[in-house]
Design a protein around this ligand. Structure first.
Ligand code: C5P
Length: 225
């Protein structure tokens, strides 16, 4: 495809979502929050009672992911997700939804079932894609690949702040445990593990504000386009 893509990968809590949204708005490009797709698949699976068996029965989960009646719409400067036409955005934000997503995310054929759905977001004039494997698997030909990291401590503080602002209740210890657990699962999985693409620009934004990181991103964008 000739349509340019900027991929922004990294673990949770580095500000990828905010940065991707800012960059897409600045460029006037489309935005893909791929984590929402995994979260929606997790919610649909939980509702269908498919997450009770251990180990998980992969066949129905893959079928469910392939046929997921999911669509997105921009509302009030946020991406809203609709499952069977129901707005499930709030439910998808929870820590539980993140954990369910990362459980499904280890299933290779389930990831494959979601590939085309993600690539369909690549529409003119361009796409900013946020996730874990945007640069390594989904858009390997992206002209700019960014990988953002930060220490677990820093990411936990940011996530806690976000949760409290959203009216949820949590402690720093809880959030740290959850982030470390999800990191481990995302890094150690054999399929599409969380690693920078060989040609990614890597940025550790511990101690940086979103504005500082955004300026770095803008500079890289100017270089690449
Ligand atoms: O980014 P977010 O926290 O919404 O992602 C939830 C989970 O979905 C991640 O922890 C990861 O396991 C999975 N995911 C993935 N590949 C992506 C996006 C998300 O495996 N591109």
């Amino acid at each position: 495809s000739n349509v340019p893509v900027i991929t922004i990968d990294g673990p949770g809590g580095v500000g990828k979502g905010t940065l991707s949204r800012l960059l897409a708005a600045r460029l006037g490009w489309h935005l893909l929050d791929s984590g929402l797709i995994y979260r929606a698949a997790g919610l649909a699976a939980a509702r269908a009672g498919l997450l009770q068996a251990q180990p998980l029965d992969e066949v129905p989960l893959i079928a469910l992911a392939r046929d997921l009646p999911l669509h997105f719409a921009e509302q009030d400067a946020a991406t809203h997700a609709f499952l069977h036409g129901e707005d499930v955005t709030e439910e998808l934000r929870s820590a539980e939804a993140g954990q369910r997503a990362s459980q499904l995310a280890v299933i290779a054929d389930l990831r494959r079932a979601l590939l085309q759905r993600q690539r369909d977001f690549r529409q003119p004039p361009g796409l900013v894609a946020d996730g874990r494997d945007m640069g390594t698997v989904v858009f390997p030909d992206a002209p700019l690949k960014v990988f953002i990291t930060a220490s677990v401590e820093e990411r936990s503080k940011r996530r806690l702040k976000q949760l409290l602002e959203q009216g949820a209740s949590a402690t720093l210890a809880q959030v740290e445990r959850e982030i470390a657990e999800r990191d481990r699962r995302d890094r150690e999985r054999s399929v599409a593990p969380l690693v920078p693409a060989p040609d990614a620009r890597v940025l550790d934004n511990s101690g940086q504000t979103i504005e500082q990181t955004f300026r770095v991103l803008e500079g890289w964008t100017r270089d690449a386009l």
